[in-house]
Design a protein around this ligand. Sequence first.
Ligand SMILES: [Zn+2]
Length: 405
Amino acid sequence: MITVGSEIFNHDVVSLRIKHASKFSSASFSAQHVDYIFTDAHIYGNPAWSWADDHSSATATFTCTDSRCKHQETVDANVTSEKQTGKITYTATTEMNGRTYTDTKETDREYFVGHSLSLNGDIGVNFYLDLTDREIADGAKVDFAWTVNGTEKTSSVTLSADDKYACGYKATCKVAVAEMTYDVTATLSIGGEVIKTDTYSVKNYADTILTSDDFRTKYIAEKGEEKYDQLVTFVKTMLDYGSKAQLTFDRNTDALANGGTDYFTDTVNASDIASTMSNMTENLSSYGLEYTGTTIVYLTETSIRHYYTITDQDTFDLVKDNITFDGVKVGYTKKGNEIYFEKKGVAAADLDVAYTFSIGTNSYDYAVLDYVKRCLESDKVKPETKELVAATYRYNQAANTYFGR
Ligand SMILES: [Zn+2]
């Protein structure tokens, strides 16, 4: 066996077996002779590389340099990748005849790699980011901004290991019910340096759920057709709910979340809704308070606010540190003699949950749907408010079905 570069011409066997010849010593003017190596191994130079579109794999094609042969051999390469600021470098490595060959490719880093909706209760859009553990340790932060009637609203999330999901690190921007069609700009910074921005809205992803065949196919494969139908209904009630809030609070009314056509128009009757509320006025004088009303706040979080007038400050002072809402001690917001206590962050499927407000030894129950019921019963409530609370009810019912409540 003769291998390249290792043995000199063997006269006995060469005539039958030799395919390739290469110069062994340089042919200079002073040289007395030139030695050749004859071998049956192909003689390869650098290969031609071929990469998969996503750079996950690569092959190297070696072509024999002997003009009479030109034999080709394609081998798989081992591909590694390294994420750096703004780019990913892919390195393909392979070996041929004991020699290592490499090729590299660079691509821009996307950072923002997906979206979804935050459906658990708060309305929000999730941005998924492709980041390294190192970048999380260096302080990866996402700042959100969106402009509502000329005023910029902002929030931010500093990412941690807990935010890691299969599709990337998740940063959620909560928005108010009336803000589903606002574009939210997400700005990623690492260690204080701005890296990349992305723009998305709740409405964008809702449309994906409702119209994308690809989404539908994947969702049904994972969770089944019934769950998909429940999701679609839930999202439609959410878009109606958002549209009614937009009309009530004058938010981006040229771009309604449901596109201007209501998905659901069935009448919601006050009698459809069970009352859970207590007599809110009972025994309050012994705490120096008088109940003045309850409202629902449709801000970034849906909140229940109970309003009171302080009728006797000294009496109220005796109990003011012993007030709980939903089992949690709460403070209050005071303006003159008027105060309110707030239960924030009522999730979609919890709109029919009665939250207990306790003061002293007295407790009072109230659910968001109690407010809905009272609005539907009242003849003093504006028509658009009635439409908003009816949409609130449908949204809650669809959430209950979707979450299996
Ligand atoms: Zn060859």
